[in-house]
Design a protein around this ligand. Sequence first.
Ligand code: BES
Ligand code: MN
Ligand code: ZN
Length: 488
Amino acid sequence: MAMVTTGSDDAALPLAIPVLAGRQWGPGADLTSHDPDALAEYLDQADFQGELGQVVALPGARTVYLVGVGEEVDLEALRKAAGSLAAASKRAGRVSTTLHHLAVDGAEGAVAEGFVLGSYSFDRYRSDPGEAPPEPGLHLIADQGSAEAADLSVASAVANAVNRARDLVNTPASDKGPEAIAKSIQAFADRPDVRFEMWTGEEVIEAGFGGLAGVNAGSARPATMLRVTYRPDGATRKLAMVGKGIVFDSGGLTLKPYESMKSMKTDMAGAAAVLAAFEAIVELAIPIEVIAITPLTENLPSGTAVKPGDVLTARNGKTMEVLNTDAEGRLVLADGLSLAAESDPDLIVDLATLTGACVVALGRKIAGLFAPDDEAAQLVEAAAARAGERVWRLPLPEDYRPDLDSEVADMKNVAGHRYGGAIHAALFLKEFVGDRAWAHLDIAGPSWPEDTGFYQGKGASGFGVRTLVQIARDLAHAESSILSAHSE
Ligand code: BES
Ligand code: MN
Ligand code: ZN
């Protein structure tokens, strides 16, 4: 776990300083001990111009990392630059820096966050970890007392939560059974202001979670519905977060081809984000009631698996005809969202690796955002932008809903044609939120971005954690008018 500290400079540590595009030295760059001509030649050789994410190490009595921050420095540029520094300085352990001295509001937090995210790696499955590198750490050189301790603790709590979500998603499916995931948060939940509840096996059926039970029918490992609730003193707002927790999605009897199946241990990225965000919110004592709900199961074919044509009944009583067993996320979320709506939250946000169609529409870096009302959509858009995660709103056209009409049940789980697949999935979910304000994030693309660089290494991104924590912070401090139409 990368540590972030602040204080006066520690000359025993390497020093990392920002450089703007065109090799303009940023704050803290004291290179008087370097011969200017030799330095210029060295940087020419390294083709270092100060472009965002370029990092070059200058050897000397004290190693100096020059960290490119590019042309226009904003919060995201600082996160990216700090992430690149973390990757480039892996062997150095702790590094002292002035990156946050660039005049951007919230710079300390962004630099800390980018560094902790960029330090992440997932090595626990290697038999020979090699020579263990020193613990990474970032020391922010105090700048006229500007480093806000509070900003730093938020940033490092959030970034460490993102890394925990990454760990969960990167873990092989066979090593993260539904119960094991639920229990991973149980110890954390052992405190008076947090309530831990789980339904497993028969209890899932008894509680009426028919979508979850149906998807689980082919699996040897029982399903689990998990609900954890944080109720701090004096909270006036209530946020419900629901995460799709398909530990492995083979498609079920509607089996996926190998190419699509091989990455499906990631199909619980929504649940991972929700649980990690929950922990960060509690750790930071954000004054808002938060309910985290994750339906957890695998989706596997077997002699007992749910079959095309079967009808399942969700927790809210609605019936769902399963025409494609690979559209399983919406079936388990039907129960998760119904459960969320029961506690009358001000806002429900769900995160789900729901559709390949959303990846086709928006690619691997942007999540699809669906929300019937503009206020909820804007709240999520603003939080995501602030947090540095990319979302794009897509429509929920009512006249697409008849595509989900079933000949035998209240709805069928697929439209029967592949056009607008992300929209049909979202329209399906909408049937389960009642009259609550609700936003749905389809994170099938950005949960596993493929592209690496800056603060994203190989594998899972932990997408959604940062946005969820920001939503909780914004809602906790929102004026009473926000979402008022729904909270009456
Ligand atoms: N888990 C998948 C969606 C997915 C695809 C996640 C790619 C991550 C990357 C989901 O359960 C699924 O299989 N969706 C189907 C829906 C279809 C059957 C209507 C899909 O997208 O093909
Ligand atoms: Mn599926
Ligand atoms: Zn799935």
